[in-house]
Structures are given as structure tokens and as C-alpha cells.
Design a protein around this ligand. Sequence first.
Ligand SMILES: O=P(O)(O)OC[C@@H](O)[C@@H](O)c1c[nH]c2ccccc12
Length: 270
Amino acid sequence: MSALPTILDRICGEKRKLVAEHKAHRPIQELLNRAQDQAPPRGFAQSLTDKVAAGGFGVIAEIKKASPSAGVIRPNFQPAQIARAYQRGGAACLSVLTDTRFFQGSDADLGAARSACDLPVLRKDFLVDPYQVVEARALGADCVLLIVAALSDEDLAQMESVALGYGMDVILEVHDEAELERALKLRSPLIGINNRDLKVMRTDIATTERLVPLLPPDRVAISESGLESPADLKRMADVGVRRFLIGESLMRRTDVEEALRVLLAGACAG
Ligand SMILES: O=P(O)(O)OC[C@@H](O)[C@@H](O)c1c[nH]c2ccccc12
């Protein structure tokens, strides 16, 4: 019995073809050399922890022009400007969508955002091959996201070890109990609980509330997707979660610095 392909299957299928093309154009050795030439990663997990230790929230603010679920989110899209505004607004880290086909992002967006500020940057893409992890470091990325639903245990372990070998941080993204169990067999302490089900694109922040009690004490949760208001962040803080990945609700606002500042101030008050 074969289930219908999900959106995640489609995206990852296309990604595999793209990676094959990239490999033909740019041999891995060239990428390895470029990755080797990069300055060391800016501490991504550390930056989140610093904000939390100071009594605040660690926000990974996302730079994203469009998404499959929402279409175009931000028509006037200037990654460098947004990066600086996010930093001024209190972000701990940035996430930059580099997928072109579904999110209208690019590798160049990551470079532009990262060189415009001092924040550590997550390369947000659908990684299906270790080649893309090396590519991420060659682009200057400080962290990669590995989507447990999209990868075998072997691929996860291999890609994680390449990233950790470069001193990058790794977010292991899960959406349910079975995926969490697989993530816990890996080494990275950062567990991204995606409130959005990438198979059907439905979002419910109760997902974080359900999964976070299952995390052992040596892992830290990052609640991802669908977070919009100070009340949402307070609800997450009530179950002990103080690290967030926030995109669309900020990207829809003209002044993202003000939007982030207001969100954080509202969540910290009362
Ligand atoms: O825009 P939102 O709802 O605030 O969500 C941000 C982020 O969590 C979301 O973009 C995301 C989480 N995991 C992903 C994996 C691939 C692409 C995108 C994502």
C-alpha cells in the first residue's frame, strides 16, 4: 500500500535532483576547500543560551520571502536590511531560507544577511545529502537544520557528524513522538519541535506542549512555526520553552525591528 506523496516528499525529491546537478557542476573538493577557508562558526546555540541566561527569550528570526503554505509573504525583500533590523530588535540568531523553488530564497541571501550583522545564521533548507552540509559551511552558515521526517537514521548520523565536525550547531527537527525518539539517538542537544506538520502543512502550537515533556534534561527545545503573539510565547514559556524560531508573523510586518521588539517586550511583561 503506497501512500500519496506529501509536500515534504515532493520538495525532497526535487532537492535530490538539484543536488545531483550541483555535484556535477561543482565537485565536492572545491566546496571542501571553500568550507575550510571560512572563519569559524559564530556560536549559534550559545547565542540562544546567552539570551535565556540573561532572563529573556532566544529568538531565531527567520528571513523568508515566500512559503508553500502562504505564497509570497514579503514582496519587498531585502535580506541585509532585514538582518540588521532583526539584530537591533533583539534576535539571538537568524534563519535564512535558501531554497529557491518553494521559498524564493537563495544562497546569496544567506551571505548578504550574515555579512550585514554579527548574528549566527542557520541555513534553512531541505538537506538530503552531506554535500549540502559542506555547502552550508562554504556559504558561511553557523548551523544547519536536519528534518528527521525527511532522512534515514544513517543519513541523519552522517550529516550531523559532518556539521559538528565543522563546529556548526545542528537543529534536529521533529514533529511527533516517533521522530523525537529517532532524534534522541543522535548527538546534537538542539531539538526543534516543528508545530507545522510538513506533510500536510497544518500548524498547531500544542505540538510543542505535547512533546516537550518527553525531552531528557540534556536536550533543549526550540519551538518552531506558527508563533505570532506575546501570548503564544508566554504559553510556550509556561512549559519551559524559551527558544523560538519565528518567520511569517515577523516577515508580514513592514518594520520587523519594531515587530520583534514589541513581541519580546509583551512576552516578558507580566
Ligand atoms: O513562518 P513561521 O510559521 O513562523 O515558521 C518559521 C519556521 O519554523 C518554518 O519556516 C520552518 C520550520 N521548519 C522548516 C523546514 C523547512 C522549511 C521551513 C521550515
